[in-house]
Design a protein around this ligand. Structure first.
Ligand code: SF4
Ligand code: SF4
Length: 133
């Protein structure tokens, strides 16, 4: 009897956030809905009012978006991003916007792979890509 075919090793997603400098976290507008704000406040043991003041602001026509910090690669990035390790520091409590992004394929990651192949540099970071929609 033939050996059973091994399960496919192909990753479900077509991108690898661990090899990415965190482009999506540099978007100027990361919306934080009411439930997200409550979850983040709880994560830090703060009241909603305290969290509102410390972490969020009203801007770009939104009631509540993330405050940002300076970043060497993208100029600015979400305040909850670890700029040295290039990862989210509140992953279990992150907003729904971050949870649902980007689906099965990430446009930035596709672009990054292409650029890295062109530059023959696995660590190359492009800051010039603009998502097209
Ligand atoms: S830009 Fe894409 S690959 Fe990079 S961290 Fe965000 S979702 Fe992951
Ligand atoms: S909360 Fe986390 S995943 Fe969302 S933008 Fe900020 S650092 Fe990125």
């Amino acid at each position: 009897m033939p050996a059973k075919k091994p399960a496919s090793k192909k990753p479900r997603n077509q991108y690898d956030c661990l090899k990415c400098p965190g482009y999506c976290c540099s978007y100027p507008v990361i919306e934080v809905k009411d439930r997200d704000a409550q979850r983040i406040a709880k994560h830090f043991g703060l009241t909603l009012a305290q969290a509102e003041k410390k972490y969020f602001k009203a801007a770009h026509g939104y009631k509540r978006i993330m405050r940002r910090q300076t970043d060497e690669h993208f100029g600015k990035i979400c305040q909850f991003f670890d700029t040295a390790l290039r990862r989210c520091t509140i992953y279990p409590a992150r907003p729904s916007t971050c949870r649902s992004f980007p689906g099965t394929r990430c446009g930035y990651y596709d672009f990054l792979k292409f650029e890295r192949a062109g530059q023959e540099d696995e660590d190359y970071i492009s800051t010039t890509w603009h998502h097209g929609n």
